[in-house]
Design a protein around this ligand. Structure first.
Ligand code: SF4
Ligand code: SF4
Length: 66
């Protein structure tokens, strides 16, 4: 169990599905294998460590931390 301060620091990736092109680039970019595409919908598992690599990589800025 993380201390509370770590829980606040660990943010989730939020997808703007209105922008997403389903290119799969973010899926391949994740060093934690935390992103999956399921019927064109992106899903994230608990392995995400909030590194923001996928956020920076997305060509249409469809991802953000929140
Ligand atoms: S990189 Fe961006 S556009 Fe491509 S699948 Fe991921 S969120 Fe969608
Ligand atoms: S923030 Fe980092 S660890 Fe989390 S899904 Fe994106 S690339 Fe993977």
């Amino acid at each position: 169990m993380y201390p509370k301060i770590r829980e606040r620091e660990k943010m989730a990736v939020i997808v703007d599905f209105g922008k997403c092109l389903h290119c799969g680039g973010c899926v391949g970019s994740c060093p934690q294998n935390a992103i999956y595409m399921n019927d064109y919908v992106l899903e994230f598992n608990e392995n995400c460590n909030s590194c923001k690599r996928c956020v920076k990589l997305c060509p249409v800025a469809a991802l953000r931390m929140g």
